[in-house]
Design a protein around this ligand. Structure first.
Ligand code: FES
Length: 81
């Protein structure tokens, strides 16, 4: 399985709009599914796209207004071994 790269915007707007919970959700998801070695998780600063936040980039694809449901949908599609 190819590595999954996840970059979470940690700017104050995205963080307040949901990335605080989203980050916790991702960390949990990684743990529960034993994906530690398969996921590169990083944070980034605000890129002035706050109005569409919370923003998360997964494997180079920029997702906007991300919810936990959305993350689960994306990761379950990618994390199939
Ligand atoms: S805080 Fe995420 S784009 Fe500004």
């Amino acid at each position: 399985m190819a590595k999954i790269n996840i970059t979470v915007c940690m700017g104050s707007s995205c963080f307040a709009r949901g990335n605080q919970q989203n980050l916790a959700f991702i960390e949990n998801y990684i743990k529960e599914h034993g994906l530690d070695a398969d996921v590169d998780l990083a944070g980034k600063r605000c890129e002035n796209k706050c109005e569409h936040g919370p923003n998360i980039i997964i494997n180079g694809v920029e997702y906007k207004e991300v919810t936990e449901e959305k993350i689960e949908e994306i990761l379950s599609g990618l994390a199939v071994k």
